[in-house]
Write a new protein. Structure first.
Length: 180
């Protein structure tokens, strides 16, 4: 006795080619799992996308074509930074600024120039030192990396200066600029 089976087909989501249900699989499983006619349609090769920062062509896996926007982490960070980081902040995070800080600390022998406090063995706690600009960073851009314009201060002494944060020197300078 011959059993007549109805052949079920559906179109491939990628190429549109009709493909049939394997006779060993249930209709429910076939409807839920199988969406492509072959492995080539299910897992296509790499595609080319354009970097948003440098316009370079980059090959990425097909599943990343909608999410891969940059050729490298560097391009991604530059793209996201566009105008957000000020020039002052870039300078404070640069290698030149780090060298300036180290030069000031070494010149002052890692000792607060105001109170003379420093770390020594047996102290039991550590003091935190900071490099301070004698003439303010914001008001004297030409002296920002001048070692002679720097001094080493501990945190309490640094907070006591008029130039810490937005101190009174900045407010008086802003009033003079507004009056001019």
């Amino acid at each position: 006795m011959e059993v007549c089976r109805k052949l079920l087909t559906k179109p491939c989501l990628r190429c549109g080619h009709l493909f049939a249900k394997p006779y060993t699989e249930s209709v429910r499983a076939w409807n839920e799992r199988h969406k492509y006619c072959s492995r080539a349609c299910a897992c296509p090769g790499p595609v080319t996308v354009q970097c948003r920062q440098c316009d370079r062509q980059v090959r990425v896996k097909a599943y990343r074509r909608d999410t891969a926007h940059f050729c490298s982490h560097l391009c991604a960070s530059q793209y996201r930074d566009e105008g957000k980081r000020t020039a002052d902040k870039k300078l404070r995070q640069s290698a030149a600024y780090g060298k300036w800080r180290t030069a000031v600390f070494e010149r002052d022998n890692y000792t607060c120039t105001s109170c003379g406090d420093h770390n020594y063995e047996g102290r039991g706690s550590t003091i935190i030192i900071q490099a301070d600009h004698i003439k303010p960073f914001a008001l004297h851009p030409e002296l920002r990396l001048d070692v002679d314009n720097g001094r080493t201060l501990c945190v309490p002494c640094h907070r006591a200066t008029g130039t810490f944060g937005r101190g009174s020197i900045y407010r008086s300078h802003e009033r003079c600029m507004a009056a001019a």
